[in-house]
Design a protein around this ligand. Sequence first.
Ligand SMILES: Nc1ncnc2c1ncn2[C@@H]1O[C@H](COP(=O)(O)OP(=O)(O)OP(=O)(O)O)[C@@H](O)[C@H]1O
Ligand SMILES: [Mg+2]
Length: 251
Amino acid sequence: MTTTPLLSVRSLSYAYDGRRAVNDVTFDIARGEIFGLLGPNGAGKTTTISCVSGLKHGWDGELSFDGAPFAPQEDAGQRARLGVVPQELAVYEHLSARENLSFFGRLSGLRGDALDARVDAALALAGLAERADDRVKEYSGGMKRRLNLVVGGLHEPDLVVLDEPTVGVDPQSRNHIFEALETLRDGGRTLLYTTHYMEEAERLCDRIAILDEGRVVAIGTRAELAETAGIPGADLERVFLELTGKRLRDR
Ligand SMILES: Nc1ncnc2c1ncn2[C@@H]1O[C@H](COP(=O)(O)OP(=O)(O)OP(=O)(O)O)[C@@H](O)[C@H]1O
Ligand SMILES: [Mg+2]
């Protein structure tokens, strides 16, 4: 039996000044899964998710969300079905975590008890309850990343899109981020996760698309990717090398 994908991306292409950064990219994300976009520097990960989350105009291709045509670049209501956790931190340093969350919660229309409950849940999910009222500028890099993450999911969108959320964080914060993501998935969210860390994709993602130079090279579960590469049972590192002839960047 086939079920309707939550997000369907068909032949997505995008060019910067005539230079193609995303080239005929096609994938489906099933409801409830963590879907990984794995690729090196400049592969087109950020550009792809910017197109699907409504941050870019002028792409070619077709998007659908829950079976219906999707144009988040034109429609704020559709855009709100996704939560985006950007690669760059997008929180206010001079406010506390609680103030940041209240601010972004109000922007998405939450008020009163509903807002307070959502903010408390987000603080707990990020492991920031005890530091909730300290200014963000006093936080470690990992704490800021965790706050960035829960801000993106605060309005409880169907799909949370995360752009390399663990870059520059220590192992403890990284584990905390993984646990938060697994909690989100177990609570019914669907996640689109970009990374250049193969071990993250391996640990976290149900299915993975390998992206290189703007193209999807292969797509599937880890086992399916190894089959595609003709090396059953191999880890993602070998699969990536086999499929692209390259290593992923600095690790
Ligand atoms: N604003 C821009 N103007 C021109 N070219 C760009 C712009 N942003 C990205 N590119 C180019 O598009 C290609 C894809 O970049 P993109 O940022 O989508 O890759 P990425 O996979 O997210 O890389 P990273 O891992 O470094 O974040 C690269 O060649 C990049 O140089
Ligand atoms: Mg990027």
